[in-house]
Each structure stands twice: as C-alpha cells, then as structure tokens.
Write a protein that binds this ligand. Structure first.
Ligand code: BGP
Length: 470
C-alpha cells in the first residue's frame, strides 16, 4: 500500500547502533577473563583475524563512548561476555569483568545513551562447552545464575535487556561456524540444545520480571521474511515451511510458550524432536517478553524442494543463509534484488514486510538490533572514509521503517550494525560495518586509531532530525 504522507518517527524513538562483546572488545584473556568458544575457534578462513584484539574496545571504551555521544546515539546495543564476568561459566564471579561493564554502562548513561544489553552473543564459556554445552541441562542453570549476577549488578542502570542473540542462526548454522557450543558437542541433536536455550531464555525473562521492576526484556533472533519463488502453490508451501522453521519456531516459544505446529511437524519428520521434561512447558508458558528484538539483513526466497533431492543454488553458497534442505525447500536467488560486495542480497522493502509479519503474529513492540552493510572501506590519507554506499543502504532501510510505522507497526528503535568497525563473524576485519573506522587490518594491528566515516556525519543528522533529513 502507498500513503500520501508517512507517519513521523515517535519522539521517544531509540536511534542506536550495535556491537557484540567478542567482536569489538579484544583483551580476550585480560584481567581474569576466561576463554569462550569463539576464543577457541580455529576455523578462520586463511588471512582473516581472530578475536584476540578485535577493535580493542576494552582499552578504548571511554574514547568510543565519547564518539557515540558525539554521533548522537540515544541507545547502544552491546553484549556482555559471559566468560569475562564468570570465567568458567558457573563458578566465581570476576570482579574486574564486572568493573569493566560498570565503567562502560556509566559512561553511556553519562552521555544520555540508553544501554541495551545482550546477555549472550555466541560466546559460551569454553569450560561449559567442555562439560557438554547446550546439550546439558546444567548449562540452563549456569545461564540463569549468570543472568542473576547481571541483573543484581546492573539492574538499576539498564532498562532494556536481550536474552540470546540469533539463537536461530546458532541452531541453523552455528555448528559449522563453531559458535553454538564447540566442535566436541556436534553429535548431540541441535534441537535438544535449542530446547535448552529456549528454557534458559524463558527462565531469564521470568527472573528479570521477578527481580527488577520496570526492566524490559526480549529475545533477539535473526528474522527474515521468506518469499516463495513463484505463485506456484508448492513454492508457497515451501516458503511457509521455511518461515516456520527459520523464524516462527523461535518467536512462538518466546511469546506463546509453545512450539509452532509446522516447525514441530518438521522436527518429527526429521527425527529431531527434543526431549521435553515435565515442567518445561510450564516454564516456557510462564515467560513473557516485553518486546521483540530482531536482526535483519535480507529476506530469503525459496522454491519447492527439487525432486532429485538437490538443494542449493550455487550463487547462494557464500552467504550465511540457507541453501535448502532435501524434501523441505530449495533456496534460490531473488532476481529482483541487488547484492552487496559479499554476495548478500539487499532488500529494504523486505524489511518492511518482515516488520509487518512479526507484528501481525505477536502484537509486541519491535526493536531492530542489527541491520547494516558489510563493505570494503578505504581510509584516505587525510583520515576520511567515503562510504556513500553505506549511507544509501541505511537510508533505504530507515525509509522502510517509516513505512512500517505508517502501516501501524509499533517500532521502539533502530540499532544498525555496527556502531564501530569490528571483526565479522566469519569474514574478518576487511568486511566493515561501522560508522567509525578502526585503523587495523586482518594481519596488522596498526594504530587502532578511530576515524569518523562519512556515514557518521550523515547518521548524526538523521538522529538530530528524528528521521531522514528532508
Ligand atoms: C549477525 C551477528 C553479528 C554480525 C552480523 C554480520 O549474524 O549477530 O554478530 O556478525 O551478523 O555478519 P558477518 O559478521 O558474518 O558479516
């Protein structure tokens, strides 16, 4: 639908930006921090950086937050590293880790920036992974205890909490990227691990509501609407199936405390149903998110599964997306969408569609916790970075948020990925997302100095005018 005029962004709209702990902090073993599974990763493509130094935000936090203040952010979404706070995941608390996050949060609050805290972003403490990771119900208890430590420490300073970043991506792709719970646990049914994470999330939501009055919490999956490749009914069913398996499975449990019927039918058909113990359903049904956060990069397009069982469109192989599953769906490229330098499709209108689909199902306020363009940026000799392509990408997506608001969707805020350059999940430092350039490469730490990109000045104007400048 087209409107003659679009609704304005609400005055309290959160204009934010995002990072995650292990991708930005570095200092991977400083001041008592324990190793996490991402510190133990060895599967980096040749020539790409690991996370040991990252953007060295641990040692630049005050400088970085001052830049976020200058940018005008009203929210900053970041994650706390579980193994910085509790080095082995379920033992003693590390006071130096707690002190770092107090310093960070205090600096944000001083700048008038709302902290939006993710409890867990891919970085399970290695010691827990070695004891069975998410395959073990003991990890649920460890997660809840960790959440309790954070609520007690930071509950009076932090209003917005996120449970688990991209649980659905961890389940669908995490084993191959070693960001679920490490290679040693690959043999365990991934949907059993998923069930345990859903329980951990439910208990963490209920605990916050019981212990920190006024605090708000929600899940943060990666939600991307799935289009059928054509109006052929078999393609439409395949798209609906993949929507259920990829998106609604996670949000239905988070919001309604029950598995989506089609997703459950898929698990049954594949022999992947988790063991659900007595009391699990009650734990899930008792938990209620206050809002839904989601990360959005691009939609998917799928066709009915090929009769010969082949599943992939080769052009999609490099993307961190589905390539299809025999008997379920086949991923295809969408001929209407351009691609970025890394082969990811770009679909601003699909962003609007994704807002509508989520809001229509759950009627909860929505917070965008990631969206952005990975690109090769160039630091010019005079310290400038001309990233007009990023400005265009972000502008197109912000415009679609306004369309979604005009459609009646309640949107709390927008936190594009990323506030500052950091190390990508699997494509190193060269793939940059930030408003702030960090002077390092994949194999040379250089000065680690910070530089405002052109997108920095542009986003500053967007925030100051509470929407796209006219
Ligand atoms: C999301 C993750 C982020 C971030 C982002 C970009 O899946 O939550 O941690 O990495 O994607 O992906 P990539 O780094 O692979 O380009």
């Amino acid at each position: 639908m087209k409107y003659d005029t679009l609704h304005p962004f609400p005055p309290e709209f959160l204009w934010g930006a995002s990072t995650s702990g292990y991708q930005v902090e570095g200092a991977w073993d400083a001041d008592g921090k324990g190793p996490s599974i991402v510190d133990a990763r060895t599967d980096f493509p040749a020539g790409t950086a690991d996370y040991t130094v990252a953007s060295d935000h641990y040692h630049h936090a005050e400088e970085d937050v001052a830049l976020f203040g200058e940018l005008g952010l009203t929210a900053y979404r970041f994650s706390i590293q579980w193994s910085r706070v509790i080095p082995d995941g379920d033992g003693v608390v590390n006071p130096a880790g707690i002190a770092f996050y107090h310093r960070l949060i205090d600096a944000l609050v001083d700048q008038g920036i709302e902290p939006v805290v993710t409890l867990y972003h891919f970085d399970l403490p290695l010691a827990l992974a070695e004891k069975g990771g998410w395959g073990s119900r003991a990890t649920i208890d460890a997660f809840v205890r960790y959440a309790q430590v954070l609520y007690r420490e930071f509950g009076d300073k932090v209003r917005y909490w996120l449970t688990i970043n991209e649980q659905n991506m961890m389940v669908l792709y995490g084993q191959s990227l070693d960001i679920l719970d490490g290679p040693a646990n690959r043999g365990v049914n991934v949907y059993q691990k998923n069930h345990h994470m859903l329980l951990a999330q439910a208990r963490a939501m209920t605990l916050l509501h019981d212990t920190v009055p006024g605090a708000l919490i929600g899940p943060a999956p990666n939600i991307a609407y799935v289009y059928p490749a054509s109006p052929r009914p078999e393609d439409v069913i395949a798209a609906d199936d993949f929507n259920a398996i990829r998106n609604w499975l996670y949000l239905d449990v988070a919001v309604h405390g029950r598995y989506h019927p089609v997703a459950w039918a898929y698990l049954e058909a594949k022999g992947l149903t988790p063991v659900v113990e007595a009391g699990d359903d009650e734990i899930m049904a008792a938990a209620h998110p206050d809002f839904l956060a989601f990360n959005y990069y691009a939609t998917h397009t799928v066709a009915a599964p090929a009769p010969d069982g082949s599943v992939s469109d080769p052009s999609d192989m490099d993307q961190q997306i589905a390539v299809g599953e025999a008997g379920v769906f086949a991923a295809v490229s969408n001929p209407y969408l351009p691609k970025n330098a890394f082969g990811w499709e770009i679909d601003p209108v699909g962003f609007r569609m994704t807002f509508r689909a989520i809001y229509d199902r759950y009627h909860l306020p929505l917070l965008v916790t990631e969206n952005g363009l990975g690109a090769f940026d160039t630091l010019e000799p005079d310290g400038t970075v001309h990233d007009q392509y990023r400005i265009e990408y972000l502008a197109e997506h912000i415009e679609q948020i306004q369309w979604a608001i005009s459609d009646g969707v309640q949107v709390l805020g927008y936190c594009p990925w990323s506030a500052i350059d950091l190390v990508s999940t699997h494509q190193g430092v060269a793939k940059r997302y930030g408003f702030i350039y960090v002077d390092r490469t994949d194999d040379d730490l250089r000065s680690l100095s910070r530089h405002r990109k052109d997108s920095f000045a542009w986003y500053q104007k967007v925030i100051a005018s509470n929407g796209l400048p006219g």
